[in-house]
Each structure stands twice: as structure tokens, then as C-alpha cells.
Design a protein around this ligand. Structure first.
Ligand SMILES: C[S@@+](CC[C@H](N)C(=O)[O-])C[C@H]1O[C@@H](n2cnc3c(N)ncnc32)[C@H](O)[C@@H]1O
Length: 220
């Protein structure tokens, strides 16, 4: 039996945007997160920096890339970028044969800590995609969502152009609201993928979920 079209919509005990979102985001926009960076994240940062030096190409960061299907596709479609996919799961990263493209790298890291290290060293991603990060749907988990996390300012600092996709409308609306609080332009739309760019996107589309996209563009 195939599971591709059987995915349940996100269910949550939270109705609409989290009641404390504005307070939480404002706090994180005004404080520096000093949590120590783990060694494996420092190593991943060095590998990315070395690859950027070797290719001489601008960075396209593909955070929460899973098996890296989107990373490979973006690298094929944009040979003028060095596309780096980041995921914490070595198992997912190793699920497909390694990419053979010179402009494509898959790295195990922790996205939030990596963004902070990048921000500290002023390494920016000209393009940054975040496709279907874990929704953390319980109201008590809001601080684990990318916009509720202490690294939110670092995410903004390294991402002049970013796009987040999700199958949970509340997540998209919260992310858009957090960007607005940070005075970033936003474009929030629902969409139907012509050709799904990730494994989860294929699963959600086949399960008839409404998919959401939030874009924020501050430079070309
Ligand atoms: C729902 S999956 C989406 C994967 C892929 N983007 C897709 O659409 O098929 C979320 C991914 O985020 C990864 N992840 C969760 N938290 C992470 C973190 N803090 N840093 C890096 N990866 C993380 C998980 O291992 C998982 O592969």
C-alpha cells in the first residue's frame, strides 16, 4: 500500500497565530543568543566556507533539506550558485546517492546554530529556502518554530531573499507576522506545485493539503 497520499493535515491545540508570538519575536529581535555552538556545527561551517572559496559562487542555502532532493534540483537549475543543503539527520542526507554536481553540497548540521555562526562571520546566503521545517504544532512548542526560536534574528541577518514553504497555514501566517515585526517585506500565498520540489511537498500535494509559501525579498 502506498503512503504518498495518506498524510494527515497538521493538527494542533493552537487556534490561529500563537497568542504570545509578538512578545516572543520582539524579545528575540532585541537580544543576542549566546548559546554555545556545538563543534559539529563549527565543522560544518568551515566546510561550507571552504566550498564557497573553492567554487567562487554565491551561496544558496537550503535549510532542513531532508534527503536533499530540493538541493540537487536547485543546483541543477542554478549552476551560477553553490547550493548547500543542511539537515541534522545523517540518515536522511545519506538516503540518496551523493550529488555529482560541482555546485552542490549536503552537510549535516543544526540549522539554527549554523545561522548564528554565519551571522557572526557575516556569511550570507544570496538565496535561502526553508522547505517544510518541522511544524512543532503544539502551542507549547512555539519556541521550536523558526520564527519563535532565539536564532530568528540570525536567520534574518543571513537571508536577504528567503522562501519558506509549509502545509500548515498557521505556521505560514506566524512566519509572515514575525517578518513584518522585523520590518521585512512579505508575500504570503497558497500554491499548487506543478512539479513537487521535495519529498514532503510530493506527499502533502498528493494528500490534497493546501500548501503555503512565504517569500521575503530585499535584494535582487
Ligand atoms: C518535514 S522534514 C522536510 C524535509 C525536506 N525539506 C522535504 O520537504 O522533504 C524536516 C527536516 O528538518 C530536519 N531538521 C529538523 N530540525 C532540524 C535542525 N534544527 N537542523 C537541521 N535539520 C533539522 C529533519 O531532520 C527533517 O529532515
Amino acid at each position: 500500500m502506498t503512503k504518498i497520499g495518506n498524510s494527515k493535515p497538521v493538527s494542533s491545540n493552537q487556534q490561529g497565530v500563537h497568542e504570545h508570538l509578538d512578545v516572543l519575536v520582539t524579545k528575540h529581535l532585541n537580544t543576542i543568543d549566546r548559546t554555545p555552538i556545538p563543534d559539529f556545527v563549527k565543522d560544518s561551517f568551515e566546510l561550507i566556507a571552504k566550498t564557497l572559496r573553492q567554487t567562487g559562487l554565491p551561496l544558496w542555502l537550503d535549510s532542513f533539506c531532508g534527503t536533499g532532493i530540493s538541493t540537487r534540483r536547485l543546483a541543477e537549475q542554478h549552476p551560477d550558485f553553490c547550493v548547500v543543503g543542511v539537515d541534522q539527520s545523517q540518515q536522511r542526507l545519506g538516503a540518496e546517492p551523493p550529488p555529482e554536481l560541482n555546485n552542490c553540497l549536503l552537510v549535516r548540521s543544526d540549522c539554527e546554530a549554523l545561522w548564528r555562526l554565519m551571522a557572526t562571520h557575516k556569511v550570507c546566503a544570496k538565496q535561502h529556502t526553508l522547505f517544510y521545517p518541522n511544524p512543532w504544532p503544539k502551542a507549547s512548542q512555539v519556541k521550536r518554530r523558526v520564527h519563535g526560536h532565539a536564532s530568528f534574528q540570525a536567520l534574518l541577518d543571513i537571508s536577504p531573499n528567503l522562501e519558506l514553504r509549509t502545509n500548515w497555514e498557521t505556521y505560514a501566517r506566524e512566519f509572515a507576522q514575525a517578518l513584518t515585526l522585523a520590518r521585512r517585506p512579505i508575500e504570503l500565498t497558497s500554491f499548487t506545485p506543478q512539479e513537487p520540489i521535495t519529498r514532503f511537498e510530493a506527499k502533502y500535494a498528493a494528500s490534497q493539503h493546501t500548501l503555503w509559501k512565504v517569500r521575503s525579498t530585499t535584494s535582487s
